[in-house]
Design a protein around this ligand. Structure first.
Ligand code: TRP
Ligand code: ZN
Ligand code: CA
Length: 435
């Protein structure tokens, strides 16, 4: 559930509406716009958690790989998806001498060459029921998939949901899936969204720092709720997005924290208890249905649906604030040829903003030597800084605002730097474009 919010029409939308009212012929239809994502009912997500808890209780207290509670969890999720019209597939693998299962659910339709995936691991550790880790992600992804069915969503992209086995043994199921995907199929994946632990009792709101558009899609969602977020730092590569990322698939995800301790600054902005773990029951027997923060689970479940709805559009406009960056150093030869550093913007629609922000960090012993340009994908140069023999300070560390509204957003943007005077030298340290 989220509070109802007033929506204001942008100036452009008002102008278009006025134009349609006065001048448009009756046959001209308004452009189709995807409906906003629905609110995901917390009660439904929690009902799935209650079922997963019952499954653990009836199967020796856990839902771990190779144990009966795991397969029962798969059967529960699969039955819901089959009844909702999904095409489900069980992928079997072997790990530690036991059979494991990945559950894959395809929503019929959408462009088969552009596939958006969302997934979560469904196995627990052997020591407990794994309700936060990772019933929470599994239930939110399941309820989002069911919401897709209720809405009979017809997204531009093909949607695929996944529940991974044997994550707790080292991302075994998701690695198996990625390794057994033909490279042609892998290339069709436009993104993978991962949800592992999203209802921690002493919750933080962490967003994976990966694909810039996926990351900003989540950040914008939470900004709309006035909930501050931080970048996830409790172990990049510790969940099922890692194999996708290694295979070159754009990834992102959400996390509310595991065994790390909440700082007092974090408790101030998020509530909860400073000096205590985000999840004191992480990987232990008390990870039961009482080990869930309802507010965090509710907000994150809605964020899952928001991302699935938004990112399954054929081309995705970078949400305001999306940062594309390059932090690989590039040496600038003394009094020499221009060098460039590239930033790729892909899969987007329309033009760049009139207030495109180019933040540059160039280390140099005499900044007056440097001429700096931003090159649009078509090669158009925007001068950011001229040389000046009297500007003797170090470094160019500055943010420039560029009217790039005449340029297509998509493509390779370059920062071009030329050193036009002898003796002092330096390098491009990093730079970024904020859309
Ligand atoms: N299942 C993960 C694990 O046991 C939990 C985890 C730790 C995690 N750090 C993370 C999940 C960071 C996502 C991101 O290791
Ligand atoms: Zn986990
Ligand atoms: Ca020089």
């Amino acid at each position: 559930m989220r509070p109802a919010r007033l929506r204001s029409l942008s100036a452009a939308a008002v102008a278009v509406a006025a134009l349609l009212a006065t001048a448009a012929p009756a046959v001209q239809a308004a452009p189709a716009r995807a409906a906003a994502a629905p609110d995901i009912p917390l009660a439904n997500v929690k009902a799935h958690l209650t079922q997963l808890q019952s499954i653990a209780t009836a199967n020796g207290g856990n839902r771990a790989h190779g144990r009966t509670g795991y397969k029962a969890s798969v059967d529960y999720v699969r039955a819901k998806l089959d009844a909702a019209g999904y095409t489900t597939t069980l992928q079997q693998f072997t790990s530690g001498g036991a059979t494991g299962y990945n559950l894959i659910a395809d929503w019929p339709g959408g462009d088969p060459n552009q596939v958006l995936m969302a997934g979560s691991h469904l196995d627990s550790v052997t020591s407990g029921a794994g309700i936060n880790d990772n019933g929470s992600g599994s239930a939110a992804v399941l309820e989002t998939a069911l919401a897709v069915s209720r809405a009979q969503l017809a997204p531009d992209k093909h949607l695929r949901f996944a529940w991974w086995g044997a994550e707790e043994l080292g991302l075994v199921g998701s690695k198996y899936y990625v390794n057994n995907l033909a490279s042609t199929e892998r290339a069709k994946l436009s993104g993978y969204l991962n949800f592992d632990m999203i209802g921690s009792p002493n919750a933080g709101y962490f967003v994976y720092d990966d694909d810039p558009v996926i990351e900003q899609t989540f950040k914008s969602y939470f900004a709309g709720l006035s909930v501050p977020t931080e970048i996830e730092t409790e172990g990049d590569g510790r969940s099922d997005h890692a194999p996708f990322k290694s295979a070159g698939v754009p990834v992102g995800g959400l996390f509310t924290g595991a065994s790390n301790t909440k700082s007092s600054a974090q408790a101030q902005k998020w509530g909860g208890t400073a000096g205590q773990a985000f999840d004191r029951c992480y990987h232990s027997s008390c990870d039961t249905t009482t080990n869930i923060n309802d507010t965090a689970l509710d907000r994150n479940s809605d964020a899952v649906a928001h991302a699935v709805w938004t990112l399954s559009a054929g081309t995705v406009t970078p949400p305001t604030g999306t940062v594309f960056s390059n932090a690989t150093d590039v040496a600038v030869p003394d009094n020499g040829a221009a060098v460039t550093s590239s930033v790729a913007v892909t899969g987007r629609t329309g033009n760049a903003p009139a207030t495109l922000k180019a933040a540059v960090d160039i280390k140099h012993t005499y900044r007056g030597d440097l001429v700096v340009d931003l090159l649009a994908p078509d090669g158009t140069a925007y001068r950011l800084k001229n040389s000046s023999s009297s500007d003797s300070a170090d470094n160019v560390i500055a943010t420039y605002t560029v009217n790039a509204s005449a340029e297509t957003a998509n493509g390779t943007w370059k920062l071009q730097v030329r050193d036009v005077a002898a003796q002092d030298t330096g390098y491009i340290d990093s730079w970024q474009l904020t859309f």
